[in-house]
Design a protein around this ligand. Structure first.
Ligand code: ADP
Ligand code: MG
Length: 360
């Protein structure tokens, strides 16, 4: 599965973890500015704190940092915090924006000493740029090729020491030589509900929205472990509270608002539930092939596989098996349905002796 494709498959999904244009406008205001304000990710935070403090003590630049994790968990935010903590300027670019090695050379050669270069989606950089980056990371040097064909010459160019912060949703896709050149890799995890509550209270303060404890908990439980989604749901709930209630976000207001947006108590949306419902009611809980399931919900195969399934799998509601998709006991409970009597996953009407009109 591919996060990038998933984002493209459902760009405006309320529960999508990729940033939409609405998010981008608000996110700058909601970003924690230093490590102390950054909620959760205890391990990454502590390790990074040591890396940065040691670098400051030495009076040098920090080691290169790789941040990996799903969209919306705080990779961009952490990169800005790294620069802020080092008192360094930050340059922001992304893998897809660097298609030619020359693009990268131009950026690298204009860095100031100690500057942080944030390379988002680093797994999507072109091969030649990647190779140039190896040398830049290791030796703070690039070879700029001047001219073409047999007359081309490589002119070595010294770079000031800088800190590369790479971010990727797919650390496994990075070539080992690139991965090895990072002094520190932080793996970002999904957030616990209590951590998301803290994110929500913090954002509510900044957005001047009144949220009580139970209201924040209600939103946190539906946010799929992702701060970006928590912040987005908070804004939708705020709208509801202002239009249909007294402006205060309570448990009841949050629940009612998210019902309007078809986000259920566990953070499933309409598509997620449609997939589960089809699996349970049409195929007795499976196993059923992906294509068959996709046709049953009237969606593309890729949409089901990349948009709906990852969260259902993570939540333990659906399993991908060699024989097909299978619903778990929790799936039946969540949709309030009763599993068929037969054991072994066979649905009603598929037992031996059944030779339907279109049977084998
Ligand atoms: N640990 C955190 N504490 C508070 N807010 C966070 C945290 N992580 C992410 N956020 C919020 O979530 C939003 C998305 O974070 P971002 O850094 O853009 O995620 P990513 O780059 O991993 O997709 C930001 O606006 C930020 O306010
Ligand atoms: Mg980002």
């Amino acid at each position: 599965m591919n996060w990038d494709d998933a984002a493209q498959a459902a760009p405006d999904r309320l529960l999508g973890a990729a940033a939409d244009s609405d998010d981008q406008a608000v996110e700058a205001a909601l970003r924690p500015k230093d490590l102390g304000e950054f909620v959760g990710q205890e391990r990454v935070r502590e390790q990074l704190d040591l890396v940065l403090k040691a670098a400051r003590k030495r009076g040098g630049t920090a080691d290169h940092v790789l941040l990996s994790g799903a969209p919306g968990l705080g990779k961009t935010t952490l990169s800005m915090i790294i620069a802020a903590e080092m008192g360094a300027p930050i340059r922001i670019t992304s893998g897809p924006a660097i298609q030619h090695a020359g693009d990268l050379a131009a950026i690298l050669s204009s860095l100031a000493e100690g500057e942080v270069l944030f390379l988002d989606e680093i797994h999507r950089m072109s091969r030649p740029a990647e190779e140039m980056l190896y040398m830049a990371m290791e030796d703070f040097r690039v070879d700029v090729i001047v001219g073409k064909g047999p007359g081309a010459t490589a002119i070595p160019l010294e770079l000031p020491p800088f800190t590369l912060v790479g971010a990727t949703t797919r650390a496994g896709l990075l070539p080992p030589p690139l991965r090895d050149r990072f002094g520190f890799t932080g793996h970002m995890e999904f957030y616990a509900p209590a951590e998301l509550e803290r994110v929500i209270h913090r954002s509510a303060g900044l957005l001047d929205v009144a949220v009580d404890t139970a209201g924040a908990a209600e939103i946190a439980g539906r946010s799929r472990g992702t701060p970006r989604i928590a912040n987005r749901l908070l804004r939708r709930v705020r709208d509801y509270a202002q239009v249909r209630a007294d402006g205060v976000v309570t448990r009841q207001t949050a629940a009612k608002a998210l019902e309007v947006y078809e986000v259920d108590a566990r953070g499933l949306d309409r598509l997620d539930r449609a997939v589960l419902r089809a699996l349970l009611t049409l195929f007795g809980g499976g196993p059923v092939g992906l294509s068959t399931l996709a046709v049953a919900v009237g969606e593309e195969r890729e949409t089901v596989e990349e948009v709906a399934e990852p969260f259902l799998v993570r939540e333990g509601l659906l399993a991908r098996t060699p024989r097909g998709r299978v619903a778990t006991a929790a799936a039946w409970t969540h949709l309030g349905l009763v599993p068929p009597q037969h054991s072994g996953g066979a649905g009603p009407g598929t037992g031996p002796g059944q030779t339907g009109l279109f049977g084998p």
